[in-house]
Ligand binder design. Structure first.
Ligand SMILES: Cc1cc2nc3c(=O)[nH]c(=O)nc-3n(C[C@H](O)[C@H](O)[C@H](O)COP(=O)(O)O)c2cc1C
Length: 320
């Protein structure tokens, strides 16, 4: 399956692992890239030292290209972080929560591509205007920070707005090859997948996270500001319910993020040995979760996405 995305990233399959903070660590990133997809590290939960260490571990497991995602809006020295992303061998820098105007030139001078997460058409137009090389159109179905427009509505509108200039990658609610086929049909050049890759043996995460996802239905997530102060789709629990009932207690980003950490409800970045309270914990997840029933190795998932999409597209073609 060859698209503008596979060409620009020099990969085999148009399947990108979302740069999920707390989840997309070296094992998962390397497994996806090694399988011919594009692994993207979620470095927003890492300090600079940990990020560099994780990048080295990816490199030890694969010589295929990979990317690093950082939340542009988080306080911190973004240019210094991006300099480390460049120095330690990423092919793409992905900016979550905001157009990374200040670092586009730095990346391009060093042959690193820049991607931007977009929940609205105007975000995509701004990102391309600032020089970004690809955009991810992420619908509200997505796990993590998310907007209000659904994937099915957003993707073709972003394709119409910027698709003649850069590849568009579809995200939000995509959990199998049907989603890949649908994304291509909408005019996207590939997919950016989060929640489905949490349910893999290679994903990082606190104890109980993966098991919880396997037991969930499609309506068990909620968009809440309880954990960061920004709208974020997460597993619904007592903590999110508390802030639904007491919205006056919510603080703006990033103060609410500090509160959730200080009150022991946010251990994103913790590993499988860390026991947490499932009724309070910050477990981002998307609406596609109801279709995930088992842990599957990440490389297998990449191949299954493509094989299923090809079968679906053949079936659809045979209808004509
Ligand atoms: C656990 C988790 C953490 C996430 N962290 C980030 C992040 O740090 N930066 C970012 O750009 N997006 C983040 N996202 C959003 C993903 O990049 C992606 O857009 C989303 O997961 C796609 O929707 P899906 O979960 O339905 O596949 C996160 C999502 C999840 C589920």
């Amino acid at each position: 399956m060859r698209t503008r995305l596979t060409d620009i990233l020099e990969i085999e399959h148009p399947v990108m692992l979302a740069g999920m903070g707390g989840v997309s660590y070296h094992e998962l990133v390397a497994a996806v890239s090694e399988a011919g997809g594009f692994g993207c590290m979620g470095a927003s939960t890492m300090g600079l030292e940990r990020m560099v260490e994780e990048m080295g571990l990816v490199r030890r497991r694969t010589d295929k290209p990979f990317g690093v995602d950082l939340l542009t809006a988080l306080p911190g020295d973004l240019p210094a972080q991006v300099a480390a992303v460049i120095e330690h061998g990423a092919r793409v820098f992905v900016a979550g929560l905001g157009v990374p105007r200040d670092v586009v030139e730095l990346c391009h001078d060093n042959n690193v591509l820049v991607a931007s997460m977009c929940g609205k058409v105007r975000h995509a137009v701004a990102a391309v205007g600032a020089g970004c090389d690809l955009v991810v159109a992420q619908g509200t179905e997505a796990g993590g920070h998310t907007g209000t427009v659904a994937t099915l509505a957003l993707v073709p509108q972003v394709v119409d707005a910027v698709g003649d200039r850069v590849p568009v990658v579809a995200a939000g609610g995509i959990v199998d090859g049907r989603g890949l086929a649908a994304a291509l049909t909408l005019g996207a050049d590939g997919i950016w997948v989060g929640t489905r890759f949490i349910a893999t043996p290679e994903a990082w995460g606190t104890a109980g996270y993966k098991e919880r996802l396997l037991a969930m239905a499609e309506d068990d997530t909620v968009v809440s500001r309880a954990y960061t102060g920004k709208t974020c789709r997460v597993v619904r629990n007592d903590y999110t319910r508390h802030f639904e009932e007491h919205p006056e207690q919510l603080q703006p980003f990033p103060a609410q993020l500090l509160t959730s950490m200080e009150t022991g409800a946010n251990h994103l970045g913790g590993g499988p040995d860390l026991e947490v309270d499932p009724d309070r914990e910050f477990w981002p997840a998307g609406q596609g979760v109801g279709a995930i029933h088992e842990l599957v190795p990440a490389g297998e998932l990449v191949r299954a996405f493509v094989a299923e999409a090809e079968a679906v597209l053949d079936r659809v073609a045979s209808l004509r």
